[in-house]
Structure formats: structure tokens, C-alpha cells
Design a protein around this ligand. Structure first.
Ligand code: FAD
Length: 399
């Protein structure tokens, strides 16, 4: 495996690193203290600068206006962007839009690509992905109740979804609904594009998460689909392929998240070290001279390095053999990376003492928003189970 960064990419990464520090870090104070929508003009201005750098939607093909970065290149970029909560948003490769761009690109018709993909890549609209339901276990993706019934040239959708991230202000949702109840479990559902102004599509609330309901991109919606009628042409991919498309979306999506987490870890680690190097417990008694703190610093460094190499190895395998072949690596890094993230942010908060609990540093934001890393895109326990079952198969245990 060769993980060396080509020189052309090195220069781009240097530009991105500087951009994040100069343009995005200063906006974070606002992000922590003001409603998201009020800040959209400032975020749009930052995006405009990214557009001028030619780096908008770097992961998407140039044919649709993206940057055409290879998967592993985007993984490395993602770690730089992850240092700020605004990094991916400024570069228009934030969840859930990045994943929606990928499935529209892979499975969309030319008309769907023109109507939805192109403006999404250009950053003119946002989208959301509506799969999980409050009354059904999201960790079992083949078990959902929302239905889409064909009526002439239309699908009629009924159901309830929640944690549809960024639904507030989105132009369209990609909805998972049962279209073929009698089919085998993996072929019962389809994905359907629903413009959010369609009659019957209703955001019931932005769900408060750790005390913050959020708004706009920074929110998670609970949504009612009541007799929502959309043309049959709005189906994404073939009928019954919903589960298959969800898998295609989640594999690379997990790598995006994992590399973003590495960026968060690096930022939290910097803050931890800066605090340890400057905080005095008494005159001439620096926090960083205490063995426990030194031990945390060494452990964080080792864990972040290990996580980074594991993600790069998974990305490298996806680039060569595809997401399916890299399923085990993806599961490994999903739960390992999420737990490294928790450890590093937690230690950084601890080192800051009471300050770590305040919104005077970005650490509290990371804690609030990233605890979910161990849950979304498959909880830890599910990924561990996937890995262990595959390993045990080699020892003759099936089932
Ligand atoms: C911040 C955030 C953003 C999200 N964004 C989106 C989105 O944009 N679109 C969308 O559709 N969904 C989204 N989700 C939903 C997410 O995908 C689900 O929360 C996730 O799949 C888990 O489903 P669940 O919450 O129903 O938990 P459940 O399936 O009820 O599981 C609960 C717990 O049970 C345990 N468990 C589950 N399965 C097993 C097992 N096999 N063995 C052992 N233990 C197990 C785990 O500890 C798990 O955390 C988001 C969630 C969060 C928190």
C-alpha cells in the first residue's frame, strides 16, 4: 500500500488547511452563539471563495460541476475539512447532500441528474435522506413501514420518518418506502425523490438533540408523509432497489464521516495540547507536566494515527475493489473511528476543566453533535457483529 500524497494534492491540501484556519475558524464563534439561518450570508460568502478556488463538491465528477477528486484524495481532504464543523458545508460536500449526490450520479436518470444533481453540486439547493422511522429499528434497514403505492402515473407515499437530517430548507428528499410488500426483504423498498413543497410532505419538528433543535442544514427533522403524490418517474434506480442503493450510499458515506472525525480529533488534540502546555496549576507547575495528561496525549496520538491509517486502507481498497469488497474494513473503521473520536474529544474536554463544558471552545459543539457517531450509519454493535461474523465464518461458524 502506498499512502504517499502526490505533490499536486499536497499543495491543494495546504490551501485548504489555510482556508479552514483563516476563513472558517473565525465563523465558529458565530455558529456557537447565533441561529444557523442568520449566518447563511457569511457561509455563502465562504462558499463563494471555495467556488473561486475550484474546489466546490470536490468528490463529484467534473461532468456535473464537481472537483473530480479520487475517493482516497477526497478522504485526505475530508480530514482537513473536519477540523471545523463548517468545513464540509463550505466545500459543499456535507452530509446528507454528499451521499445524495453520489446516488443520484450512480442511479439517477439523465432528467433526474439535470433537475436535482446539477443544482445540488453547484450548491444552489440542499437535500435530505429520509429512511429511518421512529417506530422501527433503524439498525434493521429492511424493516420500515412507509409505503409507496402506484396510482396511475404517480406514487402515493404514506408514513412517518425521523432524523431526516437537514430537511428544514431542503429542496427535495430521497425517501425510502415499501413498494413491493410481498417481495423478499431486500427487494421490498424503493427510493423515491420527493420535492419538499409537495402537498402532504410536512416537517413536524426539528428534533431537539442534546438541548438544541437547530435549524436549516443543522437540524434533524421528523416528517409526516400524508398521501404525498409524485410522478412515477421520480423513482431512483429500479423498483425494489432501495436497500441496494442505501448500501451503495452508506459504504463510501462512512468513509467520509470517518475522515471528518479524524479532522475533529486533530482539532481537539491541538486544543488539548495547547491547554496542557499553557495552563498552570500553581506557579511553575504546568498541567502538561503531569503524567496522566502526558499519557492521554500519547494515547490520543496513537489512536488518531491508527484510525487514520485504517480509514486510508479502507478507502484504498474501495478505490481498487469497490465498496462491497471493503465491507469488513468499512465496518471496522466505523466503530473504531467513532470511539477514537469520543475518547479524544472527552480527554480534550477533561483537560480544559470547566472551560471544556462551555461554548467558549468548539469542544462542546463536537461533543453535542458527534456523540451520535456511534449510532448513525449503523450503531457500533451492528458493525462489530458484521466483522465478527465474517471472521468466525473462517472458523466454520455460520449464521
Ligand atoms: C444525528 C443523527 C443523524 C441521523 N441522520 C439520519 C438521516 O439523515 N436519515 C435517516 O434516515 N436516518 C438518520 N439517522 C437515523 C440513524 O440512521 C439511526 O438512528 C440508526 O440507524 C439506528 O437506528 P435507531 O435509532 O432506530 O436505533 P435501534 O435500531 O432501535 O437500535 C438501538 C440500539 O440497539 C443496539 N442494537 C441495534 N442492533 C443491534 C444488534 N444487532 N446487536 C446488538 N445491539 C444492537 C445499538 O446499541 C443501538 O444503538 C440519524 C441519527 C442520528 C442520531
Amino acid at each position: 500500500m502506498d499512502f504517499s500524497i502526490p505533490s499536486h494534492l499536497d499543495e491543494k491540501l495546504r490551501i485548504v488547511r489555510q482556508f479552514v484556519v483563516d476563513e472558517l475558524f473565525p465563523l465558529e464563534r458565530e455558529l456557537l452563539t447565533r441561529p444557523f439561518r442568520e449566518l447563511l450570508p457569511a457561509f455563502s460568502a465562504a462558499r463563494e471563495k471555495v467556488r473561486r478556488l475550484g474546489m466546490l463538491a470536490p468528490h463529484m465528477s467534473t461532468e456535473y460541476g464537481g472537483g473530480g477528486w479520487r475517493f482516497i484524495e477526497h478522504a485526505v481532504l475530508s480530514a482537513e475539512l473536519g477540523r471545523s464543523p463548517l468545513g464540509h458545508f463550505a466545500f459543499n460536500c456535507q452530509a446528507p447532500d454528499a451521499g445524495n449526490m453520489e446516488i443520484l450520479h450512480e442511479f439517477g436518470t439523465s432528467e433526474q441528474k439535470e433537475t436535482y444533481l446539477r443544482p445540488l453540486v453547484a450548491g444552489k439547493i440542499r437535500s435530505c435522506f429520509s429512511m429511518v422511522e421512529p417506530d422501527y429499528a433503524g439498525s434493521n434497514p429492511v424493516w420500515i413501514a412507509t409505503t409507496a403505492v402506484q396510482d396511475g402515473d404517480f406514487w402515493v407515499i404514506n408514513g412517518r420518518k425521523w432524523f431526516t437530517s437537514s430537511a428544514d430548507g431542503a429542496e427535495f428528499a430521497i425517501v425510502m418506502a415499501v413498494t413491493d410488500p410481498e417481495a423478499d426483504p431486500h427487494s421490498r423498498a424503493s427510493q423515491i425523490i420527493v420535492p419538499c413543497d409537495t402537498k402532504g410532505f410536512k416537517i413536524l419538528r426539528n428534533i431537539p438533540v442534546m438541548g438544541h433543535a437547530g435549524e436549516d442544514w443543522l437540524s434533524h427533522g421528523e416528517i409526516a408523509y400524508d398521501d404525498v403524490r409524485v410522478p412515477c418517474a421520480n423513482i431512483l434506480g429500479r423498483r425494489g432497489a432501495g436497500f441496494h442503493i442505501a448500501q451503495a450510499r452508506l459504504g463510501p458515506g462512512r468513509i467520509h464521516h470517518c475522515m471528518r472525525w479524524i479532522g475533529i480529533c486533530e482539532r481537539a488534540f491541538d486544543l488539548l495540547c495547547e491547554r496542557a502546555a499553557r495552563r498552570d496549576l500553581a506557579p511553575h507547575d504546568r498541567l502538561g507536566t503531569k503524567q496522566t495528561i502526558q499519557s492521554w496525549i500519547a494515547e490520543c496520538r496513537a489512536e488518531i494515527n491508527a484510525a487514520r491509517l485504517m480509514v486510508l486502507q479502507a478507502a484504498w481498497k474501495i478505490d481498487r475493489e469497490g465498496a462491497r469488497a471493503a465491507r469488513e474494513e468499512i465496518s471496522l473503521i466505523k466503530f473504531y473511528g467513532a470511539n477514537v473520536l469520543m475518547n479524544v474529544v472527552d480527554r480534550a474536554i477533561q483537560v480544559h476543566g470547566a472551560l471544556g463544558m462551555t461554548d467558549d471552545t468548539i469542544l462542546s459543539y463536537f461533543w453535542r453533535h458527534e456523540r451520535a457517531a456511534r449510532i448513525y450509519d449503523g450503531p457500533d454493535e451492528v458493525h462489530k457483529s458484521v466483522v465478527a461474523r465474517r471472521i468466525l465464518r473462517g472458523y466454520g461458524l455460520t449464521g
